[in-house]
Design a protein around this ligand. Structure first.
Ligand SMILES: Cc1cc2nc3c(=O)[nH]c(=O)nc-3n(C[C@H](O)[C@H](O)[C@H](O)COP(=O)(O)O)c2cc1C
Length: 145
């Protein structure tokens, strides 16, 4: 079972959790903003990882999805979403739905069981996250995929 995480960028809360998962599980970690070509058909499981910014995933992920050639991903490949966020309203669901729709346009089904954890920022909000428990939860989710 070959697994891949495509993270929006190489720093921040989301990348911190992705690094933890990649160092504890047999999974490759790539950064959407840095990698031009990812051989998607060679993976059985692909996890797309991003923070939520005003209801959307990071622009690097949006660009990366745009760059995928339609119908090149094997229909048996399972694609999942991992989000970090402050916990604002339903912004996670809005971001998930946009990614689902964009991927659908590329002939890819985004699985419904996405995972999210808090990611602090702006000096005051949820600054203790992601913590070790968050990392372990995401690891255990990724391990089951
Ligand atoms: C400009 C900006 C917009 C944000 N918008 C949202 C939002 O709509 N909903 C939410 O819950 N969190 C929001 N957040 C919080 C981020 O999703 C959270 O801090 C996340 O962990 C950032 O991921 P990163 O460190 O990998 O970039 C926002 C943060 C920033 C800086």
């Amino acid at each position: 079972m070959k697994k891949l995480i495509v993270c929006a960028k190489e720093s921040g809360n989301t990348h911190k959790v992705c690094r933890y998962v990649a160092s504890n599980l047999d999974v490759e970690l790539k950064v959407a903003g840095k990698t031009t070509m990812i051989d998607l058909p060679s993976y059985d499981v692909i996890i797309v990882a991003s923070g939520v910014y005003l209801n959307r995933v990071h622009k690097n992920i949006l660009r990366w999805i745009n760059s995928i050639e339609k119908d090149t991903v094997n229909p048996d490949t399972k694609v999942y979403l991992f989000l970090t966020w402050f916990g604002r309203g339903e912004s996670d669901e809005v971001a998930f739905n946009e990614v689902k729709q964009l991927l659908r346009g590329k002939g890819i089904t985004l699985e419904d069981n996405y995972i999210k954890c808090f990611g602090g920022g702006m000096g005051v909000i949820k600054t203790s996250h992601p913590d070790e428990e968050d990392c372990k939860n995401v690891l255990s989710w990724a391990n089951e995929l």
